[in-house]
Design a binder for this molecule. Structure first.
Ligand SMILES: Nc1ncnc2c1ncn2[C@@H]1O[C@H](COP(=O)(O)OP(=O)(O)OP(=O)(O)O)[C@@H](O)[C@H]1O
Ligand SMILES: [Mg+2]
Length: 269
């Protein structure tokens, strides 16, 4: 079998605060527990970042790479279970206004980045800001997280619409978070699927749901992943099913390439 390269999955949402960072952190822990080499790109501009969740404090971030002060390898930090984190939340905003010389430096820097990974997860932040759209369109597939709230659905639809209309994206997977039952989750998904089909002629994929669980917040306070603290909870079991589904059924047959992804996402082609 040919090497398919790493799986490159962006996790996004229309509305903020729907559980992207929490999902990415726990999914990374799940894959790491299967001995997969995981890299997380933390491009979330929100308050509760991956580093807060894992209790690490990266000294450097993408901004230092853009200034030519550090290499990508030098800013990557180690999280639990060998998970690697590329801290980009500071620096992402600057990406849209890079000078030509910084752009060239970044290209050279990306060409030197050759660490091997099996799974590359991107926590993109919410909404339809350029950087979110670039990260999603460069990934092999995008997981859009929604909650049963109507505003979350409307914002998810807006994100899918812009990505499909302006970037030709067709591969969307929908995860319903904080649902109170399987039925509520599927009804939520169906509402989104119906409008995507009707107005965008797009079929979106349901990858499952995660229940609302009170202790998810405690796990953040303890700075451990929830699945590590409560491996037998409904949340952890469902997360494992979703994680397996994601790796066993890739939507895209394009070979994953992290350098290519970064060039495309950072617009330094
Ligand atoms: N399934 C869940 N059950 C209970 N609480 C949850 C669940 N998922 C996420 N949360 C909580 O919801 C809050 C928002 O989650 P998170 O920070 O992951 O969202 P986000 O989408 O990354 O937000 P932002 O858009 O600000 O980056 C956190 O306090 C988190 O602990
Ligand atoms: Mg977040």
């Amino acid at each position: 079998m040919t090497n398919p390269g790493p799986r490159i999955i962006a996790v996004s949402s229309g509305k903020g605060g729907v559980g992207k960072t929490n999902f990415v952190a726990n999914l990374a822990l799940f894959y790491a527990s299967l001995n997969k080499r995981v890299l997380i790109l933390d491009a979330d501009l929100g308050l509760s970042n991956i580093d807060v969740l894992f209790g690490i404090a990266p000294k450097f971030n993408l901004k230092h790479v853009l200034k030519g002060e550090k290499t990508i390898k030098e800013i990557i930090v180690n999280g639990p279970l060998g998970i690697m984190i590329l801290p980009a939340s500071s620096g992402v905003r600057e990406l849209t206004e890079l000078s030509d010389s910084s752009r060239l430096k970044l290209v050279a820097e990306l060409d030197n980045f050759d660490m091997p990974f099996d799974i590359f997860l991107i926590d993109t932040g919410a909404g339809i800001a350029d950087n979110v759209l670039f990260f999603c369109s460069a990934a092999q597939e995008t997981v859009v997280i929604v909650t049963p709230e109507p505003t979350s659905l409307a914002d998810a639809y807006a994100l899918i619409k812009v990505l499909s209309r302006d970037f030709g994206e067709k591969n969307f997977r929908v995860l319903v978070n904080t649902a109170r039952s399987e039925k509520e989750a599927f009804d939520t998904f169906r509402k989104l699927a119906i409008v995507a089909d009707k107005f965008l002629k797009l079929s979106v994929d349901y990858i499952g749901y995660l229940p609302y669980e009170q202790h998810v917040k405690d796990a953040i306070i303890a700075q451990k992943g929830y699945i590590a603290m409560y491996p037998n909870s409904a949340f952890s079991k469902k997360l494992a099913v979703i994680g397996k589904r994601l790796i066993e059924n890739p939507i895209s047959d394009v070979k994953g390439n992290i350098q290519f992804f970064l060039r495309k996402a950072l617009r330094v082609k």
